[in-house]
Design a protein around this ligand. Structure first.
Ligand SMILES: Cc1cc2nc3c(=O)[nH]c(=O)nc-3n(C[C@H](O)[C@H](O)[C@H](O)COP(=O)(O)OP(=O)(O)OC[C@H]3O[C@@H](n4cnc5c(N)ncnc54)[C@H](O)[C@@H]3O)c2cc1C
Length: 392
């Protein structure tokens, strides 16, 4: 049983209200036009002006620069935002996936420099994190973007793709390698700021779903960045912590992905439940069959929620959560896909019309299985951990 404090309950209520008035309508509009809301959309300004609210959504309890950024509340809020629209939830101003990377790896000076910009509530700002490349998706160890030291600068060359919010970001955490032959120990993370010569967005993807946020490809061509923008500083990597740091980032973003999935699954479940209530008010075979299927889905969503909460709780308490983060990430996609699929079945022809949200949710949900590692990749992570820690 999770006990939510008054502050969390008040925030959830606020999200519900914004969900109805802004988040869902913006998501539907983005889906219809296949374009994410513009950077100066009034909702982003509302969120930014309220500051506190966005800080919570982006994962810092005491403000964006705080180190204690893993309270359970933030994940529940992520779930609630995704209930209304996951694409828009991901487009909200803040450091995005770059936040966990900075907090895990950055020095206090770097955290202050790059995260404190989100404390300026006069303007919406974004951060991003780029790992994926044309030849390195699931197997992140194969990244080829090169980093070379040149005096008191680093020079980056390479291409990144499918990077969320990078086209509007103030900075992007870019994972690169000193030399692909060094394998994982060659990995380094750099902060590339907007406007740096050589950093160029080349394409904003046309996605099948989750169109409320932008995903873009960019190139780095002789991109010179200050030596200080190497996350953690050089000493950090002497201890071969580079790859571990990127994996630690995923151990927090995977539970967040699961939280989003649970929110989307709940949305589908609620559509179907409302339909059953309205269309089959009396006891009967169709009502019984639908409710039996929905009960199984509810159990699955509840289990997925407990899984992501468990992974967060472990991290919050300083314990390893790699396995638990992957359990949650690999368990949830089929459950959530089934939630949307069942809702479509139950609504029948009403469900496939695009004014009902469900056909959009169906497209949105499929994408969820890919980002942060597919189910197959999660099984690899668990298998590697299993060999280290046999079950007692
Ligand atoms: C909407 C969206 C947003 C994204 N945002 C970001 C972002 O902000 N930053 C970022 O860095 N990346 C981002 N990504 C990229 C995402 O992390 C990758 O797409 C993902 O890691 C999978 O990589 P891939 O697409 O290259 O697939 P591949 O790695 O080519 O995999 C293709 C298929 O092969 C399977 N497979 C691969 N290896 C194995 C194996 N060893 N055993 C069994 N099966 C295997 C996979 O499970 C998958 O089904 C985003 C992707 C999407 C779709």
């Amino acid at each position: 049983m999770i006990e939510l404090d008054a502050k969390t309950l008040a925030m959830m209520e606020e999200i519900r209200s914004l969900g109805r008035t802004h988040i869902r309508p913006m998501g539907l509009e983005a889906d219809r036009t296949a374009t994410a809301p513009p950077v100066d959309h009034e909702f982003y300004l509302i969120c930014t002006r309220q500051g506190g609210l966005v800080s919570k959504m982006i994962g810092a309890d005491e403000g964006p620069t705080a180190l204690d950024w893993k309270p359970v509340r933030n994940f529940l809020i992520g779930e609630e935002c995704a209930y209304w629209d996951r694409g828009v939830a991901l487009s909200l101003p803040g450091p995005g996936l770059g936040g966990p990377a900075l907090r895990n790896t950055g020095t206090p000076e770097q955290r202050q420099r790059f995260l404190s910009i989100f404390e300026d509530h006069s303007k919406a700002r974004w951060g991003a994190m780029a790992m994926t490349e044309p030849e390195a998706g699931s197997d992140v160890a194969r990244i080829k973007t090169r980093a070379r030291k040149d005096g008191d600068e680093w020079v980056l060359n390479g291409q990144k793709m499918f990077c969320s919010n990078s086209a509007r970001a103030d900075w992007v955490v870019v994972w690169a390698t000193m030399d692909p032959a060094l394998g994982r120990s060659g990995h380094r993370a750099f902060v590339v700021e907007r406007g740096t010569p050589g950093f160029q967005i080349i394409k904003v993807e046309h996605k099948m779903g989750s169109r409320g946020y932008e995903t873009a490809s960019f190139v780095l061509e002789d991109c010179h960045i200050p030596a200080d923008n190497l996350l953690g500083g050089e000493a950090f990597y002497e201890a071969k912590k580079g790859f571990k740091a990127s994996m630690a980032t995923f151990n927090m973003t995977r539970p967040l992905h699961t939280a989003h999935g649970v929110g989307m699954g709940r949305a589908a479940h609620d559509f179907a439940l409302d339909f059953v209530r309205n269309e089959y008010p009396a006891q009967g075979r169709r009502r019984q069959r639908a409710l039996e299927r929905l009960a199984r889905i509810r159990r699955g969503l509840h289990t997925a929620r407990l899984m992501y909460l468990n992974a967060v709780w472990l991290a919050k308490n300083g314990q390893s959560n790699a396995m638990e983060a992957s359990y949650a990430k690999m368990y949830s996609p089929p459950v959530i896909l089934e939630a949307v699929s069942a809702a479509l079945d139950i609504l029948g022809e009403a469900g496939v019309r695009n004014d009902k949200m469900l056909e959009k949710l169906y497209r949105d949900v499929k994408i969820l299985d890919i980002g942060e590692g597919t189910q197959q990749v999660q099984r690899h992570v668990v298998a590697r951990q299993m060999l280290k820690f046999p079950m007692d």
